[in-house]
Design a protein around this ligand. Structure first.
Ligand SMILES: C[S@@+](CC[C@H](N)C(=O)[O-])C[C@H]1O[C@@H](n2cnc3c(N)ncnc32)[C@H](O)[C@@H]1O
Length: 289
């Protein structure tokens, strides 16, 4: 992106530090939470709200009760890839940036024992957390591999579906990440990811796009968000077709919870609202012919 102000390595290191810390906190929960063996009582794995769901409201349609608490509490996505990927029994799935493993474990349940789900993540502590969570529920059709989106540790044409939850926006080298996604998909395979996407562009504000992005955090998923046009163009360049980007949630000031830097929060309230409203959580779908 033209507004990139830091090197890819510096961005990756900021992202790894942030997610490494989150993984550390959740590893303590994972160690303390002895409830989730394959034969343990499923309903005690994570606390449920009055609707019977537990954890993130993003997963209201999913049954999270049989999953380890540390998988749910470490979930940091901006959508629910399960809801957009329409996974089928027997499919091979890859989750880009698998974190504590929640999306992998949900996908593993959907594809069943004849299917398989790989999670790839670059942060060691997240891999440790995800493997601990998978072992806790005795998941046998999953594997977590260390690697980067920009250089995936999987062979060409090896997966049916790629899912991801708010990770492409974290990549400082999105062109490589999307080319790699295309490479590992089988012909006929599909990409179905949740990501932060800018609706329109970041022009027309009293501060420049570069200042806006510099003020926002990369690790918080916002600074590196592509516009719909940029995302579409990069997917096309990588070889994808049937591209569809569907806005699912438009952010507002409450979503930023005081995370806005002063140079942005001190702008006129209507201007700030307009600015944050251009950031959306979107479903991004595409196919490899
Ligand atoms: C927002 S979390 C998503 C976690 C998971 N999908 C979930 O919903 O719980 C981001 C994860 O992506 C990983 N990540 C970020 N950028 C990456 C990259 N370029 N290559 C590999 N992993 C990356 C981080 O280490 C972190 O675990």
């Amino acid at each position: 992106m033209s507004t990139l102000l830091r090197t890819p390595d510096a961005i990756k290191s900021e992202v790894q530090n942030r997610y490494g810390q989150i993984a550390d906190e959740n590893l303590q929960i994972a160690v303390a939470d002895s409830c989730c063996g394959p034969s343990s009582s499923a309903s005690s794995c994570c606390s449920t709200d009055s609707s019977g769901s537990c954890g993130s409201p993003l997963y209201l349609g999913e049954d999270l009760t049989e999953l380890p608490e540390a998988a749910v509490s470490s979930s940091l996505g901006c959508g629910n890839p399960q809801a957009i990927a329409a996974l089928q029994t027997g499919e091979v799935v890859l989750d880009l940036g698998s974190g504590g493993g929640l999306d992998v474990l949900l996908a593993a349940r959907q594809v069943g024992p004849t299917g398989f789900v790989y999670g790839v993540d670059m942060t060691d502590k997240m891999l440790e957390l995800a493997r601990t969570n998978a072992a806790k529920i005795g998941a046998t059709n999953v594997e977590f591999r260390k690697g980067e989106l920009e250089n995936l540790p999987l062979p060409d044409n090896s997966v049916d579906v790629i899912i991801s939850n708010c990770v492409v926006n974290l990549s400082p080298e999105k062109e490589n990440a999307l080319s790699e996604a295309f490479r590992v998909l089988k012909p006929g395979g599909r990409l179905a990811i949740s990501d932060i996407v800018v609706d329109g562009d970041l022009s027309g504000f009293p501060v420049s796009e570069a200042q806006i992005r510099a003020g926002l955090s990369w690790a918080g998923c916002i600074a590196g968000a592509l516009t719909i046009d940029q995302f579409t163009h990069l997917l096309e360049s990588a070889g994808f077709s049937e591209i569809d980007i569907e806005i699912q949630h438009r952010y507002n000031l409450d979503d930023f919870l005081g995370d806005l830097p002063t140079e942005l929060s001190s702008l006129e309230p209507t201007v700030v609202q307009n600015l944050v409203g251009r950031f959306t959580s979107s479903a991004v779908r595409a196919k490899k012919q």
